[in-house]
Every structure is written in C-alpha cells, then in structure tokens.
Design a protein around this ligand. Structure first.
Ligand code: IVH
Length: 678
C-alpha cells in the first residue's frame, strides 16, 4: 500500500473543513463568502486527492454529498426514543384548553411557550458520533425507521460535521421549497408523469429514492428543532436548544418565538395565518411547546404524542360542495384517473368545478360516494382535490363509485402493471384515448408544433380510423381529410397538409420530445439530440452509453432503452423515416455564432416566446440557464424584467436588449417576419 504523506492528510482535512464551512455559509446561512468558482476549485482539489488516496475517503467527506450511488434497500433501524406525533387543534378555544390543561397539571398560573412554524415536510432523526453524521432515519412507525443516511447526505443544509465532536441525536423536518416543488411538478407533467399532490408527498417520495442522484437533484432542505437528552449539553429549555442547534451548524427556522403566555401564542398564530404564503416553503400551522424541559418531563407523553406540545393548525383553504359525479380520464400512458365533477364552488379565488380523486384506492379509503357533500382543498395552493366527506350530510341516496372493470373509452381490459401500483391502467395498447393523448403530445408546440391539429381534429382522425399511430399523420391524404365532415373545408385541409409537410423538418430534439418517451422531457431530449445526432444511434445505444451523456442517469437511460426495444417503436421509427421525417440533426448547419456564450432571459420579448429564443440560442451553439450567476455572459432584457436584472447588475453581467441580441446572433430582423425560423 502507498504510504500517505502527512501533509496530504493535513491538506485533505483542511479542504474538508473549508468546504463544509462554505457549504454552511451557502446552504444554512444563505450568505456565501466565496464565489461558486472558488468553491468548485476546493471541491475539485479534494476529489483529486481522494482519487489518489482512496484510503483517505471518509463517510463524512463533503465529496460524499456529490457522488451518487444506487442503494439496494433501506434498512430498518430502531429509534433511540420513539418518534411521536402531535395532537392537533384548530381554533383559539382549543388552544386555550391546552394551556389550561398544562397549567392545571403543573399547578401553576403561568407557563412559557415556544411557538414554532409547523413545516409541511417529513420528520427525520439524525445521529452524530464524535460530531460526525453517522445515521439518518425516517419516522417509520415511530418505533423503527428506515435508514436514509445516504439520501440525507445529499440535503445540503444537513451538516456532515458539527462544530463540536459530540455524540448527539437531533430531529427535524425535511421539506421541499415551493419553487423546487413547482419546478419538479412541471417537469413531471412534461414527462407524462403524475404531479405530486403536495410538497410533503414530494419530499417523502424523494427521500426514499434508491438512486441518490434523484434526491441530490431535487434540492430538499431542512429545519432542525429537537435535541435528544438535552440535559447532556447543559440545555434547560427549548429556546436554548434552538440556539444551541444553530451554534452546532444546523439550519434552524428563524421565525420561532418565545411567548410568555398563551395570548402571545395566539397572536403568533394569527400573524402567520395571514403571512404564511410569503414564505418560500409550506407550513400548515404552529407547534406550541412548553419551553422548560423540566416542565416537559413532568407533563410526559401518551403513547402517541407529548402532553407538552400541540399543533395549532392554520385554517385550511377549503370549501364544501356536492359531488355530482365521478368521471374517468384516460391518460397517455393509459392511467385511469377518477375526477370529481363538483357543484361549482369558490375556493381561494377561483371557481372550482372539478377536482382530483387521485386513484380508486383513495376513493375507497375515504369512502367517497356520488351525491356526498365533500371538502375540497387546494394542495400546496395549486391543484384542487377532494379531502374528505361530511358524513353527517348523508341521506342514504349516495351511490358507491364503481371501480371500472374495463376502459371507459375502448372497453379494453384494465389492470395494474405491478401489484404494488395504485394506478389502474387500460391495458389495451390500441386504446384510442391513449393514442389521442399521445398525438396531442406529438403535435404540441414544444414538439412538432403542427398548427391546426387540435384536440377536436385528433379526436375525429382517431375515431374515423384514419390515424392508428403517430406516424399516420404523415400519410394523410386530402381525400381522407375531406371525410372528416363539415367544418373542415378546403382551406383548412390545405393549411393542415402544408403544416404537416413542414413538420417533417422539425429539429430532432423536438421529435424526441414529441414521442413521449417516459422520463424524457424537453431538456433530456435536447441533450440526447446534441450528443447522438440521429435517432438510429439513440435507438441502439446501450444503457452504459446513454449514462455517459451528461444529465442522463441510469433510470432515464433504462427508460429510453425500454422504449426503443419495443417492437412497436421500431415499426414507428421506420414509418416516420419512410414518410421523410428528418430524424437527425443537421450536419451542415454548423453555425456556431453563439458558441461558448451563456444567456439568461428576463421579461417579455417582442419577437420570441421563451421557447423560441432558447431554441435559437441552442441551435447557434449557446447555452441558456434559468438564473444569473458569475458565469452568465449576457442577460437579455425584455419588457417588465424581474429580479434577475438587479442580480445581473450586481454581478456586472452584460445587459443586452432583444435587438442587440439579434445583432449578436447575426439574425436579420426581417427574416423573422418572413419565415418561422424553427
Ligand atoms: S415537534 C415530539 N416541531 O409535525 C414532538 N414537529 O404533526 C415532535 N413538525 O411529526 C414534533 N414542524 O414531523 C415539531 N417545529 C416543529 C415541527 C414539527 C413540523 C412535524 C413533525 C411531526 C408532525 C406532527
């Protein structure tokens, strides 16, 4: 074995300390003191030393946050003390009753409380030995949890080392910030996957991924609020504990308040009831805790929850209405989604007529029946969903929702792909509903962009049997189109046919987007096209070759492989080729005017949509990113620019107008009107 020089050991240790410190400045304090480039340089140096001396790698090295691994399972581990939940209260009277109970038990007139925000995430336990992070567990059933250590290392605000070499266990909440939740859900919708109903589900689904890369990429965050055996560290109260946690390097919520009586707690709850939407994460109430640990001990706990704390929930944005019917939507992948048809009701500023019922197990679990009065809520403020039934309103006339035995569209067989799935699917590969959704994806703006081929015409084409797969649209004849009935005249037909003809020249990445390959959205389609350049290569690439492409992980690679291994796909690709669809990137169009330049766009542009300008920049070899950093070369400033403008000014990034961009890209403004460029 190679001898490790002492100075290498020292250097590695020094780098780790520096990196963890800067990590803390960035992710916990949101107050970085070095640039991203300097941080990357430190990390690179450490990675290289660890490559040279792999014996030096330790589980608490910051490099462990960025490497990825596929886990086999999550081991079940006993909690050192049960992880309890909290009782809930919903109004002022109930919280005052809690205060009375506490005071009565303690035989005292006054008690101090700590009021904290109740973070809408999932709770975890973190164990440290000699100050090093060794184990992270989910709550599980409260007695045993699952070992999710590796995933928690990828939550950047969780310290891998504490400020002191202590043995300690802390607990807190892992959550997904609003912005990340919205980004993730948009991406899932784009990939044809169902969006997460709320940030808590998204967090729970992320933290239990066997592929640590998924957790790393989903930018979870943490707030820690609990120390086990606080007396060991000289802590006498929750208020002290929060301070101490901060000193140890944990991210602690900055809005907690020490309240001298219950009136102050109520005031805090009222304040946050109206201000909660300003936060960048979701909270669903206030947690009220007796401040002094000695008093907490005297109050003790029931089997389920402590008597010294209670959750004081915010009034939900909910509404009550009648469930008129349950209809079923069949998605592109055949999933049958039950949809609640509601008596229209006003909720958080919009008129809601339909709401999600998720799946048939959900309906059964909540015993939701047609004719019921139901409560609906907007999950994470976005998608309305049915939460519960007011059974006191039942008349006996309500009807059970029937689980479909066949597809409501094609009468085909329905079933589950895997026994553990909740989603019921239409198993008929020729189901017209699937084909219709797939066609909608294929011709959408971000794909083949065929104008005039909307939902109604797609419906007619499929129902008339003129289109049986995606490629069939390229074989449509004027005669066939005249058969679609009234309302589709000569003009419409000739416009449609010329649009279809034009679509044969669609850039490869857009065709790939349109195919609707599971887990392949616009971004992935773009890197596939850039790296592989034609569909043949993509369709024959191995999983290994695919994962070599930056931005493509093993799960996505497997999904691509599976898609192209399907006989139907092979047939489809052949048919598209035969029709003359250009399934490769242009070789000769090697105009790289914007090569090496990174752009960010803010505000509304006059000539382009966001998609269009991004396409242009990419096709000319440039890069587009979402946020302004030191690496940004140009900020293109449109009308009503956002906060990116100030950030660019602070960083000294060059600002350009839309016409300056056209000059830079050597695009003649005239040509924009004459032709649709891309
Ligand atoms: S204290 C034994 N504090 O709420 C007491 N919990 O409904 C442990 N939660 O399981 C809980 N924010 O996941 C506490 N500031 C906070 C919290 C919080 C969110 C969650 C936690 C707990 C659940 C109970």
């Amino acid at each position: 074995m190679k001898e490790i020089p002492e100075e290498v050991r020292r250097k590695v240790e020094e780098l780790r300390e520096k990196i963890e410190y800067h990590n803390y400045r960035y992710y916990v304090l949101a107050d970085p003191v070095i640039s991203d480039e300097e941080y990357d340089r430190l990390m690179k140096e450490l990675i290289e030393l660890e490559k040279l001396y792999p014996e030096l790698v330790t589980p608490d090295s910051p490099t462990q946050r960025i490497g990825d691994m596929i886990l086999n399972e999550f081991k079940s581990v006993q909690h050192s003390e049960p992880m309890l939940s909290l009782d809930n209260t919903y109004d002022e009277d109930q919280i005052r009753e809690f205060d009375d109970r506490v005071k009565r038990s303690l035989e005292t007139k006054g008690v101090e409380y700590v009021a904290e925000l109740k973070i809408d995430g999932v709770s975890v336990a973190l164990r440290y030995e000699k100050g090093k992070f060794v184990l992270g567990l989910t709550r599980g059933d409260g007695t045993r949890g699952e070992d999710i250590t590796e995933n928690l290392k990828r939550v950047r605000s969780i310290p891998l080392r504490l400020r002191k070499p202590l043995d300690v266990e802390v607990r807190g909440e892992i959550y997904m910030p609003v912005e990340e939740f919205e980004r993730l859900n948009n991406e899932r919708i784009e990939n044809g996957e169902p969006p997460f109903a709320n940030p808590r589900n998204a967090t729970a689904g992320t933290i239990r991924q066997l592929d640590t890369r998924i957790t790393r990429e989903r930018h979870l965050d943490s707030f820690i609020y609990y120390v086990l055996n606080p007396e060991r560290y000289g802590l006498e109260s929750q208020w002290d504990a929060l301070d101490w946690l901060k000193d140890m390097g944990f991210k602690v919520n900055p809005h907690s308040k020490l309240c001298i009586n219950i009136d102050e707690v109520v005031g805090y709850w009222k304040q946050w009831t109206s201000e909660k939407d300003k936060l960048s994460y979701w909270v669903d109430g206030v947690v009220v805790k007796v401040n002094r640990f000695q008093l907490q001990k005297m109050l003790g706990s029931t089997a389920k929850a402590p008597r010294w704390a209670i959750a004081f929930k915010f009034p939900a944005q909910r509404a009550k209405t009648k469930l008129l019917d349950v209809t079923i939507q069949v998605g592109r992948t055949g999933v049958l989604t039950p949809v609640a048809e509601l008596e229209p009701v006003q909720l958080a500023g919009t008129l809601v007529k339909r709401a999600s019922l998720h799946n048939f197990e959900y309906i059964e679990d909540k015993d939701i029946r047609i004719g019921d009065w139901v409560y609906i809520e907007k999950a994470g403020g976005i998608i309305p969903q049915v939460i519960s039934v007011d059974v006191s309103e039942r008349t006996g006339e309500e009807k059970k929702v029937q689980i479909p035995e066949s597809c409501p569209v094609c009468s085909g067989k329905v079933g589950k792909l895997n026994p553990e799935d909740v989603a019921l699917r239409c198993l008929n590969p020729h189901c017209p509903a699937k084909l219709k959704r797939a066609l909608e994806t294929f011709v959408a703006r971000n794909a083949l962009d065929i104008k005039g081929l909307g939902e109604k015409i797609i419906e007619k084409l499929v129902d008339a049997g003129l289109v049986k797969d995606l490629a069939d649209i390229f074989y449509l004849t004027p005669f066939e189109l005249t058969q679609l009935g009234p309302g589709i005249g000569h003009k419409t037909i000739s416009n449609l046919l010329s649009e279809i003809e034009r679509a044969k020249l669609t850039p490869l990445h857009k065709v790939i987007t349109g195919l609707g390959i599971p887990m392949v959205g616009e971004k992935t389609a773009r890197v596939l096209a850039q790296n592989m350049r034609n569909i043949r290569r993509i369709s024959t690439a191995t999983v290994d070759e695919l994962t070599q492409i930056p931005g493509i992980g093993p799960e996505v690679a497997r999904s691509i492989r599976e898609y192209f291994d399907n006989e139907k796909t092979k047939h489809l690709i052949e048919k598209l080729e035969k029709a003359g669809v250009k399934l490769q990137e242009d070789q000769e169009q090697q105009n790289q005017t914007l090569a090496g330049m990174t752009f960010v766009v803010t505000g509304a542009l006059r000539n382009f949509s966001r998609n269009q300008i991004e396409d242009i920049i990419h096709s000319l070899g440039g890069k587009v990113t979402d946020s302004v950093t030191k690496n940004t070369d140009y900020l293109i400033v449109g009308e009503n620019p956002g906060s990116k403008l100030q950030k660019a000014k602070n960083l000294g990034v060059k600002l350009i107008t839309e016409s300056q961009f056209l000059e830079l890209a050597k695009i003649e403004p005239k040509s924009l009107q004459q032709q649709r460029l891309f």
